[in-house]
Design a protein around this ligand. Structure first.
Ligand SMILES: [Zn+2]
Length: 741
């Protein structure tokens, strides 16, 4: 009963003030920690960050280029000069570099796509091209194909359902898809599964070109020549070097034959600009596209297939190149066997000013500040490891190989992994493991937005209250902590979180600098400083945010993990799963009935080929009870832990180990169904969405993919995982009680 009253008082107390204890610290330790943070803030110098950004973005620097190696050496020298024990960890990885890229309209007229981006007088960086990789999609297979063209909108599953209703079969055709709405690698994967023999991906001007705003150089959006590069490796199966799944790509590592690598696409794929796409799309006949499929080009969009016929050829030099990861350690003064890992990649598709260098220079500013504190006698208690990853762009390769190579040590020693990547300006975005939700919220409560006079958290909350959907608005009003978003994939946290079960977070600013420069020639210093974060004011704030994140983990007497936020988010996911199944059940039932009754047929335009949908297997009722029972236990255990943790400040190495290894319990060795590399059972990238997260993925994807027989076995697995977590949280409460009495 006493616990219950304490819990209610805690909930009712509302806002946490800067004077409150930091999660994991008592009053004295909190004051000392805040003093250190203030000292560190004073070392963050936006001018210095600007210099690093300008230098490292002067030349295109993809993995395997001389510029990338030079940047790695520059970063290593800086870290080493500040006192870090620094090495460059090398991995030998497969990288396809384009030899032949051709797309040609061969009928009814002829047009040869340029597949090049224009140099701009207004942006001198765009003339620096010695080490520039031309626009391509890495890990497309080699191939030359010629076929009728068919427009597949964004090339996601629901688009193919619409095409089927038009009676359009993409078998033997070349699919042209817009960028967006899914991770790009899903488009050729799905097109190939549907029988297409080639894929073209282009950026429609409605999405991030003139339909969105002024184009570069006048404004930040995509001009007519801009092409988004990017990997199409099947990362939802496994990321990293395609030849060494599950093990580090060291020199002597066992490697697959390239022909056997399952993550290279089945069909060739090339990206293009809207200037190149226009003649192709103009030549399409067939039905006019549904309204929602229209883009921003000045044509009537047709579905095809044909009469447009396209020949495309993609051929690559499949090179072994060296990836250079910079790894810098600062040995902890007390708990050197507990590691806090902090990373950002350094390779870019081009000049990479935004992606990744804007995040990298913030990490360097942070690392410099942490080193200065250490020199002044305030070395972190735990070991801090800064990592600047190579080869993120082709498929999270540098981080994945390092994580796989050191998997055993990382499972033992890693407390958490903190990631940043490209950042701009606007609202602080916080994603990650929900055991870190309170700790991240507290940081956002203690720092002000650099341009307005309110905290980062209150600014984000205000944004949600105005712009969130109804559910988010209600929550933003009543929920003390802002939900951190669950992570799918798209940056280097994936191997740590989803393969090794290390609690992870991803931090950055965004939301007020939409643009079209991503992975194009135009992601330059000039573009970044004009449109993304002039003066690097948000970049400097990011360094202060992440410095707190790193140092609080490194110095907390008791690690700042908590479970109430975790349990509350899992409760949300479980209710979403029930809703998903229920909605699918009623929609399927309704649609099937309309088909059976001939209503669809009666309502359709007899002059059009658009037909009724195909009836689907009815959705059964699933038994969610095992999952809900496990959740109830977890909610109870988390609430008790919260109460105990508040009154007991005690800690020990054993307690900390029980805390930081709790995330491991959310993983299973066997991995997810059909993709064993992904071991986390709460967060995964979607098999058919790519970067987009699927929470409780085993259950969710079985429902979404209508794989009904798998749903209840997956519910049992997810329940096991939550029960293991509940056991751990109960054990932690018992240990804390023991220590405090
Ligand atoms: Zn990036």
């Amino acid at each position: 009963m006493r616990f219950l009253i304490l819990a209610l008082v805690a909930l009712g107390s509302g806002i946490v003030h800067a004077g409150d204890n930091i999660v994991g610290f008592d009053a004295t330790a909190s004051a000392a920690q805040r003093e250190l943070e203030a000292q560190l803030d004073a070392t963050v110098d936006a001018g210095e960050m600007d210099g690093w950004l300008k230098l490292m973005s002067a030349t295109p620097h993809h993995v395997g280029s001389l510029a990338s190696k030079e940047n790695a050496e520059f970063i290593a020298e800086l870290l080493s000069s500040w006192g870090y024990d620094t090495e460059i960890a090398e991995y030998e990885i497969l990288l396809p570099v384009p030899k032949v890229r051709e797309v040609e309209l061969v009928a009814p007229t002829n047009y040869e796509a340029s597949l090049t981006e224009d140099t701009l007088a207004e942006d001198p960086s765009t003339a620096v091209r010695e080490t520039l990789l031309p626009p391509y999609n890495a890990f497309s297979r080699d191939g030359e194909v010629e076929a009728e063209l068919v427009f597949v909108n964004y090339g996601i599953p629901e688009d193919y359902e619409i095409l089927e209703r038009y009676g359009i079969d993409v078998t033997g055709k070349i699919a042209i898809a817009k960028y967006g709405r899914s991770w790009r690698g899903i488009k050729p994967k799905l097109a190939g599964e549907k029988g297409a023999i080639g894929t073209i991906i282009y950026s429609d001007p409605a999405d991030d070109g003139y339909g969105a705003g002024d184009v570069y150089p006048k404004g930040p959006f995509k001009n007519e020549s801009g092409v988004q590069r990017g990997s199409v490796m099947d990362m939802p199966t496994y990321p990293g070097d395609v030849l060494t799944p599950g093990r580090g790509a060291t020199k002597g590592a066992r490697r697959l034959d390239r022909e056997d690598a399952p993550t290279i696409t089945e069909i060739p794929v090339l990206p293009m600009s809207y200037r190149d796409a226009l003649p192709l799309l103009s030549a399409l006949g067939g039905e006019v596209v549904p309204n929602e499929w229209r883009g921003g080009l000045p044509i009537t969009y047709h579905l095809g297939p044909g009469p447009a016929r396209v020949r495309m050829k993609a051929e690559f030099d499949w090179k072994m190149v060296t990836a250079y990861n910079v790894i810098a350690r600062l040995e902890g003064s007390e708990f050197s066997q507990e590691w806090v890992i902090r990373g950002n990649h350094h390779d870019g598709w081009n000049h990479g000013a935004a992606d990744p260098l804007s995040g990298l220079v913030a990490m360097l500013a942070e690392a410099k500040g942490v080193a200065e504190l250490a020199k002044a006698g305030h070395r972190p208690l735990r070991t801090v490891i800064y990592a600047a990853w190579d080869a993120e762009e082709p498929g999270l390769i540098g981080s994945t190989e390092w994580a796989e190579h050191h998997a055993d040590d990382l499972r033992k020693h890693a407390v958490a992994y903190l990631n940043t990547d490209g950042s701009s300006r606007g609202f602080l975005s916080m994603g990650g493991s929900h055991v870190l939700e309170r700790y991240l919220n507290q940081i956002a409560e203690e720092l002000d937005d650099p341009l307005s006079d309110i905290t980062l958290k209150e600014r984000s909350r205000a944004n949600l209250l105005i712009n969130g959907d109804a559910k988010r608005q209600a929550e933003a009003k009543d929920r003390k902590d802002l939900r951190i978003y669950p992570m799918g994939s798209g940056s280097d946290y994936t191997p740590f979180l989803q393969h090794l079960g290390i609690a992870s977070a991803n931090l950055g600013f965004g939301g007020e600098a939409a643009d079209g420069s991503y992975h194009t020639l135009y992601d330059t210093y000039e573009h970044y400083m004009r449109f993304r974060d002039p003066g690097l004011v948000y970049g400097a704030t990011l360094a202060k945010v992440t410095a707190r994140a790193t140092l609080r983990l490194a110095n907390a007497p008791r690690l700042p993990f908590e479970f109430k936020g975790f349990a509350d988010n899992v409760a949300l996911y479980v209710s979403e799963l029930e809703e998903l199944a229920e909605n699918m059940r009623s929609t399927t039932e309704k649609t099937n009935q309309l088909i059976t009754d001939g209503i669809y047929a009666a309502a359709l335009d007899p002059n059009k080929t658009f037909g009724p949908p195909v009836a689907k297997q009815p959705v059964p009722h699933f038994n969610f009870a095992p999952l809900k029972n496990a959740l109830a236990r977890l909610v109870q255990a988390a609430s008790e832990f919260d109460t105990v943790a508040m009154s007991a400040s005690a800690s020990s190495e054993e307690i900390n180990k029980l805390l930081y290894t709790s995330e491991r319990l959310l993983t299973r060795d066997a991995g997810l169904d059909g993709r064993e590399w992904y071991k986390h059972h709460i967060y995964a990238p979607g098999f058919y969405t790519g970067y987009g997260v699927k929470t409780i993925p085993g259950v969710r994807e079985a429902i979404e993919q209508r794989d009904y027989d798998k749903v209840e076995p997956q519910i049992a697995i997810a329940a096991d995982v939550l029960n293991a977590m509940a056991d751990r949280v109960e054990l932690l409460s018992a240990r804390l009680n023991g220590e405090s009495t």
